[in-house]
Design a protein around this ligand. Structure first.
Ligand SMILES: *[C@@H]1O[C@H](CO)[C@@H](O)[C@H](O)[C@H]1NC(C)=O
Ligand SMILES: *[C@@H]1O[C@H](CO)[C@@H](O)[C@H](O)[C@H]1NC(C)=O
Ligand SMILES: *[C@@H]1O[C@H](CO)[C@@H](O)[C@H](O)[C@H]1NC(C)=O
Ligand SMILES: *[C@@H]1O[C@H](CO)[C@@H](O)[C@H](O)[C@H]1NC(C)=O
Ligand SMILES: *[C@@H]1O[C@H](CO)[C@@H](O)[C@H](O)[C@H]1NC(C)=O
Ligand SMILES: *[C@@H]1O[C@H](CO)[C@@H](O)[C@H](O)[C@H]1NC(C)=O
Ligand SMILES: *[C@@H]1O[C@H](CO)[C@@H](O)[C@H](O)[C@H]1NC(C)=O
Ligand SMILES: *[C@@H]1O[C@H](CO)[C@@H](O)[C@H](O)[C@H]1NC(C)=O
Ligand SMILES: CC(=O)N[C@H]1CO[C@H](CO)[C@@H](O)[C@@H]1O
Length: 475
């Protein structure tokens, strides 16, 4: 008799409806929330996902036993408040935006909101156009630490200057939207920012001086793939904590400010595809932590001979292609023990190719094609085997397979040197002699196989940095 009563109790407890009814009746374990907060949450989410979403019916206890995917809460004075909202197709059951998605004004009533992420929401430039709200952000100024609006192609208009009121912000990510206009100098008020990522928009104008002057805690600055113009201001030297600076694919011109040398912790400098000129000033050697330096496709038009490359001892990736470089390849570059990738292609470099390149312990990709290098390539055969190597389009360059070695595996597109007797040794025999007769056919398609080294490496590196930043920011 007693045991069957116990079984009944267990049975009832296992019934979800009984369990939850009991809870809601006694209100003991329902997470207590102000009604105002709860309604603000429902309306905020409805704004993004549409009117058909009935929060009060589906999620009567959003900070307790009916949690909403992407929403988290925290206790303040024994009441629950919303601290995080993530909208967008991240997980299978994530909240996704409706075609009429909009920022609800109720968003700004969530006074403990710490993190807001809207991803792939205003997705269509035709039917889902909206702008970032231009006021009310001050209501969130004490709580907001992380604002991320990413891959919303229908998100138009300017970066509103009122975002400068979010003075506790640590991460501001507004990438891959359709934002336009100039960057507001008020972003300089965000003195606790660790990450500022505005890449992939149509932002134009100058980089505001205020950024460098005040953002001393910034670790990542990425404004790549925009239409920024003008010179880089010397105030950038104020970003002394910076690890990653990516301003690639803009229309920046002028020379690099010497103050960049103050960025002692910088590991990645990517300025490729701009219109920057002359700047191999020795003071740049102050960036002693640099691992990746990508300056390709800028009309520098300088010599790299006066630069004491070995000071940048941690360089692993150096891309100086298509920069109008003149003069020779300095021996100091061969002292970069960690360098894995070196591209000097498509410049006007002249003189001999340093034989010491063969002694670089980490090098696995070397591009010197498209220059005016001369003399003989004296590398042993195994060099060409272990290296992604290109040296064609240097009309005065020849190769010598070395004494006692049979010819064969030579560098593609380079003739063998004329031997001592004055006899021209045959045109080279190609190792991968795929289609044949002409040496020029041997290097069709090989550029692409070579240059594929970078994107993967770079991707991994950026992924690593983002991970560091995420760990840092998510405490
Ligand atoms: C949501 O559901 C509640 C409870 O079922 C109902 O009273 C309310 O009218 C619904 N609201 C909407 C907007 O459908
Ligand atoms: C932006 O879009 C590009 C291209 O689709 C992608 O490679 C990049 O990772 C995106 N960036 C962010 C921060 O989402
Ligand atoms: C540079 O990095 C080192 C080591 O991580 C750190 O101790 C130092 O504070 C950083 N410098 C700045 C200016 O942030
Ligand atoms: C940079 O570009 C602007 C606009 O095209 C031009 O007025 C300015 O002279 C350029 N500056 C340098 C240093 O080339
Ligand atoms: C780069 O600068 C040069 C010289 O100032 C100018 O002629 C050229 O149009 C600029 N290119 C771009 C893409 O702005
Ligand atoms: C180079 O890297 C090593 C290992 O990561 C580090 O210990 C060293 O401090 C770095 N050198 C500079 C100048 O940053
Ligand atoms: C290339 O270098 C040779 C000397 O090796 C020189 O005579 C020639 O003028 C240079 N060509 C160009 C286009 O600079
Ligand atoms: C390359 O092709 C030529 C002509 O077809 C042939 O004589 C030569 O043996 C081939 N070399 C190799 C390494 O296959
Ligand atoms: C020098 C040369 O022929 N380079 C070619 C290598 O392959 C790429 C991609 O297929 C071509 O664009 C280059 O012209």
């Amino acid at each position: 008799m007693r045991s069957s009563a116990a079984l009944l109790v267990i049975f009832l407890l296992l019934q979800p409806s009984f369990f939850f009814d009991a809870l809601s009746q006694t209100d003991v374990t329902t997470a207590p929330m102000e009604e105002k907060e709860k309604q603000a949450l429902y309306y905020t989410i409805q704004g993004f996902v549409g009117k058909l979403w009935n929060g009060s019916e589906l999620y009567p206890d959003p900070c307790g036993w009916t949690p909403i995917q992407g929403v988290s809460c925290d206790l303040f004075d024994s009441m629950w408040y919303v601290t995080t909202i993530n909208i967008g197709p991240t997980y299978d059951n994530s909240l996704e935006c409706s075609k009429k998605a909009e920022f609800s004004p109720y968003l700004f009533e969530l006074r403990h909101l710490k993190s807001l992420s809207i991803f792939n929401c205003f997705a269509s430039t035709n039917t889902q156009q909206t702008t970032i709200p231009a006021d009310n952000w001050n209501k969130l100024s004490s709580s907001m630490q992380n604002l991320e609006l990413r891959s919303n192609k229908g998100l138009l208009g300017k970066v509103p200057h009122v975002l400068g009121q979010l003075v506790n912000l640590q991460s501001l990510v507004l990438s891959n939207n359709s934002l336009t206009g100039e960057l507001p100098r008020e972003l300089g008020n965000l003195v606790h920012l660790k990450r500022l990522t505005l890449s992939g928009n149509q932002l134009y104008g100058n980089l505001p001086k205020s950024l460098g002057a005040t953002l001393a805690e910034l670790l990542i600055l990425d404004i790549s793939n925009n239409h920024l113009v003008g010179p880089l201001h010397s105030s950038l030297g104020g970003l002394t904590s910076l690890l990653k600076l990516d301003l690639s694919n803009n229309l920046l011109n002028g020379s690099l400010p010497l103050e960049l040398s103050k960025l002692k912790n910088l590991t990645l400098l990517d300025l490729r595809n701009n219109n920057l000129s002359g700047a191999f000033n020795p003071s740049l050697l102050g960036m002693v932590s640099l691992q990746d330096m990508v300056l390709s496709n800028n009309p520098f038009g300088e010599t790299i001979e006066k630069f004491d490359w070995k000071s940048l001892e941690n360089l692993t990736y150096l891309d100086l292609s298509n920069m109008g470089l003149v003069g020779g390849i300095p021996n100091s570059i061969t002292e970069l023990k960690k360098l894995r990738f070196l591209s000097l292609k498509n410049n006007q470099l002249s003189g001999f190719v340093p034989a010491k390149l063969v002694d670089m312990p980490s090098l696995s990709a070397l591009y010197i094609n498209g220059n005016n290098l001369s003399g003989e390539l004296g590398f042993p055969k195994d060099f060409y085997k272990r290296m992604r190597f290109a040296s064609w389009n240097n009309p005065n360059l020849c190769y010598n397979s070395g004494a006692g070695e049979t010819t064969g595996q030579g560098p593609i597109g380079v003739d063998e040197c004329i031997n001592r007797d004055g006899n021209s040794v045959h045109h080279l025999d190609l190792g991968e002699n795929v289609s044949g007769e002409q040496t020029t056919q041997g290097f069709d398609g090989n550029v692409s196989s070579g240059s594929s080294a970078y994107p993967l490496h770079r991707f991994l590196w950026i992924a690593f940095l983002e991970l560091v930043a995420i760990l840092f920011l998510r405490y």
